[in-house]
Design a protein around this ligand. Structure first.
Ligand SMILES: *[C@@H]1O[C@H](CO)[C@@H](O)[C@H](O)[C@H]1NC(C)=O
Ligand SMILES: *[C@@H]1O[C@H](CO)[C@@H](O)[C@H](O)[C@H]1NC(C)=O
Ligand SMILES: *[C@@H]1O[C@H](CO)[C@@H](O)[C@H](O)[C@H]1NC(C)=O
Ligand SMILES: *[C@@H]1O[C@H](CO)[C@@H](O)[C@H](O)[C@H]1NC(C)=O
Ligand SMILES: *[C@@H]1O[C@H](CO)[C@@H](O)[C@H](O)[C@H]1NC(C)=O
Ligand SMILES: *[C@@H]1O[C@H](CO)[C@@H](O)[C@H](O)[C@H]1NC(C)=O
Ligand SMILES: *[C@@H]1O[C@H](CO)[C@@H](O)[C@H](O)[C@H]1NC(C)=O
Ligand SMILES: *[C@@H]1O[C@H](CO)[C@@H](O)[C@H](O)[C@H]1NC(C)=O
Ligand SMILES: *[C@@H]1O[C@H](CO)[C@@H](O)[C@H](O)[C@H]1NC(C)=O
Ligand SMILES: *[C@@H]1O[C@H](CO)[C@@H](O)[C@H](O)[C@H]1NC(C)=O
Length: 435
């Protein structure tokens, strides 16, 4: 993800050289010296300087979680009161520490790999312990409503009663994030009785990627050719929404233009998305370009007609006029999971106003990428998303009888961050300012 020291050193040196030649005014895009260095060292191929760091990122990547603790569980369930939540966190885990796995170099300038998932708790970067208790939505109770056909909701109700299940539950942070055995799923003999917001995680992966090495054409480096052996997604039943675009966002092809969108694919949200140039930033004295995921990317199809195929359920989205929320049940075995930005940033008022304790603001809750424009490397990233579960009023399921309307209920949000380390940044900086 973040570049190898030596890559920085040599590319940085080339840039330094050019700066020296032209007096530090502009970096001419496509300059021969840089172009040659990048053509050679930017390729994902055994023996190049970019390769080693691509296999295993040098700089640490963290996932920080904030969970929503529910303050008025019985009022919501008994009287349909407006939910009041408060966030608790961060609970920080180091992720992406394992090297890429099952790497196969193909003879058509592509390379295949898998990124195994792992998460290791970092107590010194967390607000509490993994054993902290949270009053959260009862995941299984809320999900079964959408998972199973209405004809058998009477049976679900019976099992919920038998399990003494409520709409809310008291669980630890570790249980909610990574999984616990659920009494309801056990009673109904569900095929997997474990559940959790990110269950299963450790030891799994998000599938096989096949990406271009850039050997024949550096403009294609790191661009995804196939994911799970397919050139397109199969979730959305639409040629536009099913596109697999761009890279995985950890790097982009070199010579990044401010005027162009950066496309990337994220398996967490089951779709391709884009970021737009916002401003210049200085990161550890290195000039980088900040790209942000704009409101338009998650807007309703009324505001952004491109998004029409991401709306799959007219009944819970006011005929697809809701923006800032993405239903991903199509790729989560029909579980009613909805993705948004943290605190429903940029989402429709009806969604934000349905919950008390939600305070979106751009600075804290947007997703951004700080990209070094010559090399295309992402030197700092904050990928922020929120996971919500939707439940609806029901005549047959007792714990949902007094609910008044479909509710997008926030479970947790996360900030996945990585920043180029000081040592690497220092070398890059020194090379940039060659006198
Ligand atoms: C729903 O409201 C009715 C009438 O106020 C009450 O009798 C019932 O217990 C409530 N249901 C639940 C699950 O709290
Ligand atoms: C990936 O490699 C592991 C061993 O390292 C192997 O057990 C697994 O089956 C491989 N997966 C695929 C999809 O090839
Ligand atoms: C390259 O080869 C791999 C492995 O044979 C294949 O899966 C992939 O589709 C090929 N890609 C292109 C662009 O031909
Ligand atoms: C994942 O596996 C690692 C290494 O085996 C372990 O240290 C970590 O605690 C596990 N994380 C979770 C969330 O289970
Ligand atoms: C937290 O602890 C880890 C070792 O577990 C250490 O590597 C890291 O530097 C510490 N971070 C902070 C911010 O203290
Ligand atoms: C959650 O459960 C723990 C342990 O059973 C208990 O100490 C705590 O009071 C409970 N929290 C609430 C809000 O009920
Ligand atoms: C997929 O879309 C086509 C029209 O584009 C429609 O006829 C078909 O029913 C859809 N299939 C599913 C499974 O939604
Ligand atoms: C995919 O990329 C193309 C440009 O290459 C763009 O026009 C299209 O909007 C993107 N699709 C998605 C789903 O982001
Ligand atoms: C959605 O569209 C249907 C059919 O056009 C209409 O009857 C219904 O009132 C609309 N619902 C909302 C919430 O706008
Ligand atoms: C991630 O984002 C949150 C919210 O803006 C912020 O509090 C936190 O410091 C960020 N994490 C890192 C490592 O920058």
């Amino acid at each position: 993800m973040f570049c190898n020291k030596i890559v920085f050193l040599s590319i940085g040196f080339a840039i330094g050289l050019v700066l020296m030649i032209i007096g530090g005014i502009l970096i001419p895009i496509g300059d021969k010296i840089i172009q040659d260095t990048i053509n050679k060292e930017g390729v994902l191929e055994e023996g190049t300087l970019a390769y080693e760091n691509w296999i295993q990122t040098g700089s640490p990547v963290y996932r920080q979680f904030w969970l929503f603790n529910v303050k008025n569980p019985s009022e919501i369930m008994n009287h349909g009161a407006k939910p009041v939540v408060e966030q608790k966190g961060p609970y920080t885990y180091r992720v992406r520490q394992l090297p890429k796995d099952n790497i196969t170099i193909n003879d058509n300038h592509t390379i295949s790999y898998q990124q195994p998932y792992s998460a290791v708790f970092q107590p010194n970067m967390s607000a509490g312990s993994e054993e902290d208790r949270i009053i959260a939505l009862n995941l299984a109770a809320a999900a079964l409503q959408s998972l199973l056909p209405e004809q058998i909701h009477g049976f679900i109700n019976m099992f919920l009663k038998k399990a003494k299940a409520s709409l809310f539950q008291n669980r630890t942070v570790a249980e909610l994030l990574w999984g616990y055995e659920d009494p309801i799923l056990k009673l109904v003999h569900f095929k997997d009785t474990m559940t959790g917001i990110f269950y299963p995680y450790n030891g799994t992966s998000d599938g096989i990627y096949n990406v271009y090495t850039g050997k024949d054409d550096i403009r294609k480096v790191a661009i995804i050719d196939r994911w799970m052996n397919k050139k397109k997604l199969t979730f959305w039943n639409d040629s536009y929404c099913d596109m697999i675009n761009g890279t995985d966002a950890s790097s982009f092809p070199p010579f990044v233009h401010d005027k162009k969108k950066l496309y990337f694919f994220s398996s967490d949200i089951c779709r391709s998305i884009f970021a737009e140039y916002e401003q210049k930033q200085i990161l550890k004295n290195i000039p980088v370009h900040r790209f942000v995921v704009p409101p338009q990317a998650l807007a309703s199809s009324v505001e952004n007609p491109d998004n029409h195929c991401y709306c799959k359920d007219m009944s819970v989205s006011e005929n697809c006029t809701f923006g800032g929320i993405l239903g991903i049940s199509v790729c989560k075995e029909s579980k009613p999971i909805y993705i948004s930005l943290p605190h429903f940033l940029y989402a429709s008022d009806q969604i934000v106003n349905a919950i008390d304790g939600i305070n979106p603001n751009k600075e804290e809750h947007q997703t951004f990428l700080d990209v070094e424009p010559v090399t295309g490397f992402t030197l700092r990233v904050a990928k922020r998303i929120q996971i919500n579960l939707m439940f609806k009023p029901s005549n047959q399921i007792n714990i949902l009888k007094n609910i008044t309307k479909p509710t997008y209920f926030p479970l947790a949000w996360l900030n996945e961050t990585g920043t180029v380390d000081d040592e690497t940044a220092g070398m890059f900086r020194n090379s940039l300012s060659v006198e």
